[in-house]
Design a protein around this ligand. Structure first.
Ligand SMILES: Cc1cc2nc3c(=O)[nH]c(=O)nc-3n(C[C@H](O)[C@H](O)[C@H](O)COP(=O)(O)O)c2cc1C
Length: 182
């Protein structure tokens, strides 16, 4: 799934077999529980939605949410361009949509859809919000940290709301058979 080479990446513990250790380390990292989100981005007059699980709140004050995005993703280009993004929290019943946002989306401006899914522009930043998301945060980039193959965008939450009942069960990585990271 991730477009990374199969070469094991060090450092390796002394005496460890790099290949075996790499597999073990990946399985350990996959065990980290995580949520599963859709990131909305907009820049250079384009909008995109992307499936992501490297998402977490990172600070109380300012109110920052970190999302780590691969440098070759369209989302990376759009967030870098306009410095805005949304994080959409997904209904557990909607797990199938996760597969619809693993490639750049088709925008239908007239219908206000992205890959056929209704969106609207967030009231504060204008980045796209998925209409069927349970909740969202709308963010402005506070800092972009180069972390190698990805950039960790730290976004300040400038707006947040629920779009469905607060009690709605939300999607987590463990609800799917997918992995990312490791
Ligand atoms: C379950 C899952 C989780 C993912 N999490 C991330 C992530 O946190 N960061 C990332 O850059 N790509 C992640 N991806 C990969 C992107 O969804 C995928 O590379 C996408 O094509 C890049 O988006 P874009 O080119 O449409 O912007 C994940 C993919 C899957 C299937």
């Amino acid at each position: 799934m991730p477009a990374h080479g199969s070469e094991p990446v060090g450092p390796f513990p002394p005496e460890a077999d790099p290949v075996e250790y790499d597999k073990l380390r990946r399985r350990v990292l996959w065990k980290f529980p995580s949520g599963l989100y859709v990131i909305g981005s907009r820049g250079n007059d384009r909008r995109n939605l992307m499936t992501a699980n490297w998402v977490t709140q990172v600070s109380f004050e300012p109110k920052l949410v970190g999302v780590s995005v691969e440098k070759d993703a369209l989302t990376h280009e759009l967030i870098t361009a306009d410095g805005i993004f949304t994080v959409n929290v997904i209904d557990r019943e909607d797990r199938a949509i996760i597969r619809k946002f693993t490639k750049p989306v088709e925008e239908d401006h007239e219908a206000a859809t992205l890959n056929g899914f209704a969106f609207r522009d967030a009231p504060v930043t204008g980045a796209p919000l998925l209409e069927q998301a349970v909740a969202y945060v709308d963010c402005r980039v506070h800092q972009a940290v180069d972390v190698g193959g990805s950039t960790l965008f730290l976004g300040e939450v400038v707006d947040a709301d629920f779009q469905k009942a607060e009690e709605t069960d939300v999607l987590r990585m463990e609800d799917t058979r997918m992995n990312y990271g490791g």
